[in-house]
Every structure is written in structure tokens, then in C-alpha cells.
Design a protein around this ligand. Structure first.
Ligand code: FE
Length: 131
């Protein structure tokens, strides 16, 4: 993946599939149990499908039963950012890519040790680079 990031929505549309665009750029959510990675157990690093930034390591992935890939911590400080999301009558913490600000999913305080966090992420936002 090139280091060149799309500069506007027109360019994003060209680079992403329609499902990636809907999730990353429009804050959409894929249907549970339909994505590429919720049941994936390969080792590697999950990168942003938009800009290629390393977001999560497979070693922190766990089976949450939610139907979305779930991780208990980001790959690095700054891999992701969070923002308060009050849509759909709920107060949730939205997870965004730390580089391109693409929408990834949400983080909930009901994850496993050692963080107690559950990063619930759309497969469409991710690209696994197997190691
Ligand atoms: Fe990104």
C-alpha cells in the first residue's frame, strides 16, 4: 500500500470498495458474523484498510461472541483515537484510525484482562498482514 493518502472523498471512493467506504468514511457498520475477520485466527498484524497504519496485533484478538473482530488493545499508542458517539440513542466511544481518521468501530469497557477493553472493529476497516 502506498503512503499517499487520498485527499478528498472522490479519491477515497476510488481507492476503497463500496463496503470499505461505507464503514471507514461514512461510519457504517457491517452486519455481525458477515465480515472477513470475526472468526479469523491467523497470526499477523491488522492494518487500516484505508491508509495502511498498523492498528491491532492478532495476539490481542479474542472471541467476543459479537460477530465482529474484537481486540483488547491497539498495536501502539496513537494507532487509534476515540471520540464520543451519541448516535442511535446511545453514548458510545467511537474508534478511529490514528492516521486517516477512518471509522473503525467502538470500544466498550467489558473486555478481558489485562485492559478490560473490547475494541469491536469492522472487518471492512481492516486488512490482515499475516506473519
Ligand atoms: Fe487509516
Amino acid at each position: 500500500m502506498s503512503d499517499e493518502m487520498p485527499k478528498n472523498e472522490e479519491e477515497w471512493k476510488k481507492q476503497l470498495t463500496s463496503e470499505q467506504y461505507r464503514v471507514l468514511r461514512e461510519g457504517g457498520t457491517e452486519r455481525a458474523f458477515t465480515g472477513e475477520y470475526w472468526d479469523n485466527h491467523e497470526d499477523g498484524t491488522y492494518h487500516c484498510a484505508g491508509c495502511g497504519l498498523a492498528l491491532f496485533e492478532s495476539s490481542t484478538k479474542f472471541d467476543s461472541g459479537s460477530g465482529w473482530p474484537s481486540f483488547y488493545q491497539p498495536a501502539k499508542d496513537g494507532s487509534v483515537e476515540t471520540e464520543t458517539d451519541t448516535s442511535h440513542g446511545m453514548v458510545r466511544s467511537e474508534v478511529l484510525c490514528g492516521r486517516c481518521q477512518g471509522h473503525l468501530g467502538h470500544v466498550f469497557p467489558d473486555g478481558p484482562n489485562p485492559t478490560g477493553l473490547r475494541y469491536c472493529i469492522n472487518s471492512a476497516s481492516l486488512k490482515l498482514e499475516e506473519s
